[in-house]
Design a protein around this ligand. Structure first.
Ligand SMILES: Nc1nc2c(c(=O)[nH]1)N[C@H]1C(S)=C(S)[C@@H](COP(=O)(O)OP(=O)(O)OC[C@H]3O[C@@H](n4cnc5c(=O)[nH]c(N)nc54)[C@H](O)[C@@H]3O)O[C@H]1N2
Ligand SMILES: Nc1nc2c(c(=O)[nH]1)N[C@H]1C(S)=C(S)[C@@H](COP(=O)(O)OP(=O)(O)OC[C@H]3O[C@@H](n4cnc5c(=O)[nH]c(N)nc54)[C@H](O)[C@@H]3O)O[C@H]1N2
Ligand code: SF4
Ligand SMILES: [Mo]
Length: 747
């Protein structure tokens, strides 16, 4: 591979962009030009219905083509304010995950010989209840826990959280959203007084300067990127990322900072803006708190100091400050390059601080905007009953507990008065033998959790592991004592909330295979078997639960009491929170795109946003002679989703992503190690090693390597370290070595 040659993802991008360009409204009701999933799609369609895509948090709407009520094909919805007739390859191929041959069709139970064998639901539920209850009796209430997800409907999340914590007496339950959004949640809560991403996608088109920090929109949120491309203001697009990503290539300015030097860079920028008096004094005085202390803090971040620490030249730093100053509508966006860091919360807040001090919030085209990952991660932030009590409430607040108990008609004492342990402490508690039973729902930690070798051993440590998934073939399901077959997206009803707080519908457009059940119905069956169904007697359908969710949000910043019913969500093209009864009276065009903080009032007790800051920490594992490279991990292509349990089922998506694990390495580093394109190399950290194909590319800087997260091996290398406030894993930095694989190297 030569200098200047494109990365694999870059090569593939034009292929699908080209296809994507053609895939607009004129093709509605036609078969996907990508071809098909596992079965040929039939043409005859007798009806269509619109629903939200089940992959990323962009929340595109897909028009599903029905034959006798069953999905036979789909195309992007044209009149939906999010995607306006576009979808990325995952959206187009969404049905293929349902048609896979390895779908779970019956519960499976591990027998005496250690083999997972099919059993009936009633045997499975007896085992579930018997084993969990006996663990609780022997080791106490806290000895069982659950790990859930940002990928099931709000109604299902609420049911799971309520059932586990109020019905089954668990204290500890967290979600894969800890791996993903916890940092943004903590940062917003501390700075704004509530977990409140302020933007609407319209802002992507209304900004004249867009700053993306640790965000590869082209690959991870392709349709949001299309919205950036639709911006008519010839905007400055600044991408802050150590790698020259697809997004960075399309930007007007790429800031290739050293990994994890964002905090220093952002404080350096604040220093420049303050020094030049390029700040909005009136907004700061009226609407914020602690600015003076922040200004004093950033005094130390002189251009020379910042340049030395970040690798960004003083000229580029100055230019960035100028661009922000010149912009009339500057928006700041961040994703996992920020959240997944041992100092992610303060880094996210350093971004928030820039927006506040320049008055770039609450107006069109502005904002400090965290982009969400999973289709319903925003729903899980409000309704999963993990980090928040249902409806964005606080477990530790007595008034909140009383309110929730009254609305749900359950005993006040049933609600725990303390927070769950965060994910990594649940894992540690398993190691210590304190947690002995675990219920995993819609997540695949044996692939996705940090420092895999330890994680797998820990999962094996459990007395009882239940995995509820669409497939019994996932890395985690294979370790289960009991597997429960779940219906997937497209086989059940409910609501998702996207990145811009827009609530949309998912619908049942197909029957789950065999005896697989929607998670909602599994929770109902568990409640019955556990003996707490009385508590949930009126949780009869997703619709019925949605009514409760509405009530639970009353008086909260995320209030949605103005949503009449599911039909209203469909009629309005999704509805952003907040949506009170007053909002419902306004014409729908007015409430199509809404942003928060237009009045400069935040959700803190005194209504002011707070500047938070702290001195940067040292990288927990710096490169050494033995492990000289910094490993970055992340999304590899627009066609691959996480642990690939779903996207690997589509031959089309498989063709668009790299089938086998590869490591991107700078040609200069490769030359020094005699590594040539496509050669097999060993990548090793202190915790483990893997074998991968070398992909030589100048898009990674010397001293850095990149491996996508989609391969099971990647997290063998990563280091368990976490942000102290959000407890989010820092997946994107650890030290590794890369060398040619010799014949005697074994995995
Ligand atoms: N195709 C596809 N799309 C997805 C997903 C998927 O699996 N596949 N997953 C969804 C989910 S759940 C999520 S959370 C989002 C994630 O979306 P993104 O966060 O955009 O994706 P990542 O590739 O994880 O990370 C973004 C960038 O962070 C950069 N980075 C690493 N370290 C640093 C650093 O120290 N500083 C800075 N500034 N940048 C750094 C990486 O080089 C990478 O390009 O994507 C969502 N969309
Ligand atoms: N090295 C590294 N690791 C990472 C990251 C990184 O950037 N680098 N990113 C992290 C991030 S941001 C995230 S969000 C996580 C994602 O990590 P995971 O959540 O573990 O990944 P998924 O593959 O999405 O797992 C979802 C599981 O749910 C199943 N499933 C799908 N739909 C349903 C349903 O409706 N019901 C049920 N019961 N099951 C269903 C799928 O088959 C799959 O097994 O990975 C994290 N891990
Ligand atoms: S961008 Fe996200 S929501 Fe839209 S079609 Fe692709 S995966 Fe689905
Ligand atoms: Mo995520």
């Amino acid at each position: 591979m030569f200098h200047g040659e494109k990365t694999l993802a870059q090569k593939l991008l034009p292929v699908w962009m080209d296809l994507g360009g053609k895939l607009t409204a004129d093709l509605v009701q036609q078969p996907s030009p990508f071809g098909i999933g596992n079965v040929p799609r039939r043409m005859a369609v007798d009806a269509t219905t619109d629903m939200i895509c089940g992959y990323c948090a962009t929340g595109c709407s897909l028009k599903v083509h029905l034959q006798a009520g069953e999905a036979v094909n789909l195309s992007p919805s044209f009149h939906y304010p999010v995607n306006r007739g576009m979808a990325c390859p995952k959206g187009w191929e969404a049905l293929s995950a349902l048609e896979a041959t390895d779908r779970g069709t019956t519960p499976l139970m591990r027998d005496a010989s250690g083999t997972l064998k099919p059993v009936s639901w009633s045997t499975a539920l007896d085992e579930f209840v018997g084993r969990f209850k006996s663990i609780q009796q022997k080791y106490g209430q806290e000895s069982i826990a659950f790990l859930s997800t940002g990928q099931i409907a709000c109604e299902e999340m609420a049911f799971l959280g309520a059932l586990a914590k109020f019905g089954m007496g668990m204290i500890h339950g967290d979600g894969n959203t800890r791996q993903c959004m916890a940092t943004a949640v903590t940062a917003y809560k501390q700075s704004f007084g509530f977990d409140a991403p302020p933007y609407t996608y319209q802002d992507l088109e209304e900004s004249d300067v867009l700053v993306f920090v640790g965000s590869n929109l082209c690959v991870a949120h392709p349709i949001m990127w299309q919205r950036v491309l639709a911006n008519p203001h010839h905007p400055e697009i600044i991408v802050i990322d150590p790698r020259m990503t697809e997004t960075a290539m399309a930007a007007t300015e790429h800031v290739a900072l050293k990994p994890k030097s964002d905090l220093v860079l952002l404080y350096g920028l604040a220093n420049r803006l303050i020094t030049h008096r390029w700040i909005e004094r009136e907004f700061i005085d009226k609407n914020t708190e602690a600015f003076e202390a922040f200004a004093e803090h950033v005094q130390a971040y002189s251009p020379d100091f910042v340049s030395e620490r970040t690798g960004v030249t003083t000229e580029q730093l100055e230019r960035l400050a100028q661009k922000i100053q010149k912009g009339k509508r500057v928006s700041f966006w961040w994703t996992m390059g920020v959240n997944q860091s041992y100092e992610g919360t303060r880094t996210a807040q350093a971004i928030i601080n820039l927006a506040l001090m320049t008055g770039n919030i609450g107006r069109p085209g502005t904002g400090a905007n965290s982009i969400t990952g999973q289709c319903n991660a925003m729903g899980s932030r409000l309704f999963s009953n993990t980090t928040n009590l249902l409806g964005g409430h606080d477990f530790k607040n007595e008034t909140h507990r009383r309110k929730v108990a009254t609305i749900l008609g359950i005993p006040y004492e049933a609600i725990p008065d303390r927070d769950s342990l965060p994910y990594h402490q649940i894992i540690e508690s398993i190691l210590k033998g304190k947690i002995r039973g675990l219920w995993v729902i819609c997540t695949n930690p044996a692939h996705s959790w940090i420092n895999q070798s330890v994680c797998r051993e820990i999962l094996k440590h459990l007395d009882f592991l239940v995995v509820q998934d669409m497939y019994p073939t996932t890395d985690t399901a294979k370790l289960a004592d009991l597997y429960l077959p779940a219906a997937g997206w497209g086989e059940k009803d409910g609501t998702f909330i996207n990145s811009e707080r827009r609530i949309g519908l998912i619908k049942k457009v197909g029957k789950a295979p065999g005896q697989a059940l929607a998670d909602f119905h599994i929770f109902r069956a568990v409640a019955e078997a556990w003996g707490c169904s009385e508590m949930f007697h009126d949780w009869t359908s997703p619709k019925a639960v949605f009514e409760k969710l509405k009530q639970l949000t009353e008086g909260q910043p995320c209030e949605i009491s103005g949503i009449r019913d599911y039909q209203m969500i469909d009629d309005r093209g999704g509805i952003q929170w907040p949506f009170t009864e007053k909002d419902a009276l306004r014409p729908s065009e007015e409430s199509d795109h809404r942003r928060l903080f237009q009045d400069g009032k935040f959700f803190t007790p005194n209504g002011r946003a707070i500047f938070h800051f702290e001195s940067p920490r040292t990288m927990p594992e710096s490169p050494t002679k033995r492990f000289p490279f910094t490993l970055l991990t992340g999304r590899g292509s627009a066609a691959q989703w996480h642990t690939q349990t779903r996207t690997s089922k589509s031959p089309i998506l498989q063709k668009l992503g790299a089938e086998n694990i590869f490591v991107e390495i700078n040609p200069r580093d490769a030359r020094g190690r005699d590594i040539k394109p496509n050669m097999e190399v060993i990548v090793e950290s202190q915790r483990g090693k893997l074998r991968a194909k070398a992909f030589l590319s100048p898009t990674v800087q010397p001293g850095q390597v990149f491996i996508p997260m989609h391969y099971e091996e990647t997290n063998r290398l990563t280091l368990s370290h976490f942000d102290p406030y959000s407890h989010q894993p820092s997946y994107k930095n650890c030290s590794v070595d890369v060398r040619l694989a010799e014949a005697w190297d074994v995995e």
